[in-house]
Design a binder for this molecule. Sequence first.
Ligand code: ADP
Length: 341
Amino acid sequence: MKKSRSQGLLVSAFVLAQLAWMGLLGLWIYWYVSNYLIFKQVGDRLSPRIVINSPNVFIFVNGIVLIVAIAVAIFFFFRHLSIQLKLTNLYDNFIANVTHELKSPLSSIQMYLETLDLKDVPAEKRKEFLGLMMKDAQRLKKNVNSILEVTRLEQKNIAHNFQVYNTGTVIPQLMNDSVEQFRINNSSVKFEGTTSGKCVIDKDAMQIVFDNLTDNAIKYSTQQVEILVKLYQTRKRIVIEFYDKGIGIESKNQKKIFNKFQRINNNNIPNVKGTGLGLFWVKEIIKFHGGKISVVSEGNDKGSCFRVELPIYQTSRKFYINSLLRKAARKEKIMETTDGD
Ligand code: ADP
């Protein structure tokens, strides 16, 4: 209710501003033309020779340019305002989601601990409880990390430990680590293709990318998760295609899902919780590596394919990639000096 009222106010203010500047433009043209006619009549009467025959185009154009500039400024001002409003709405949802995401694993851990403390739980059940608590603790850690990482993202301080890696080795390694972390059955994950190109990668940051894509593939599947990772290279890029057979993403949402705090509600899986930060985080990390990410899906229940492209060290824009390596070397040097102290 509050949101739609503020949006209505914004639209009314925008319309009023547009009417105001159009009125201003009309007045200016009216003022200019009538003054020109008066001056011309007076001039004609006094001395026909000093009257310039054509209207003063310079002043006329100047006035119009000024008014159009004001209109453009108003447009950008309102556009910025509307983006801020959208972000505030998303942020409100984020706070609600994050509160739930932090509270629910904590309450669950507390409940298991209380049971273990108060009752004489058999060894087998105790093991099961410990496993569940471990899972909850992991979920909690992931959520806290993703909140902390947003600040780092905003300071463009996401990744710093860049090194040159052989992608044919490092990409399957990263994927295997994710599979292990999420305890997915090995037979549910297939890997196709290989590459010989090298990339400059921060392994920890890239692990976050694979973890998020894997986590989402699990979260947004109604049945047993099935993942296919295809790896190949073009002249300048290493391409990683990450397919799942989950609930899919409608085309109108495919760009949106990479925005900060953005979540899409799907009635097929109504209770999946999240912060809306995972893919934003993924996109920023890939961008920082000089690459890009996109998603393709044929729609609801048709699965999704996330396509990550990374620049090949040997053939791509060397300047940016080398600057990443230089930054990493500088950071290592600083750390060595501090360790030495
Ligand atoms: P979260 O999972 O915390 O909501 P993300 O940024 O990871 O945040 O994802 C944003 C949205 O994108 C999700 O809310 C979901 O609707 C959609 N999404 C992400 N990955 C998938 C996927 N593999 N299949 C279907 N939808 C997905």
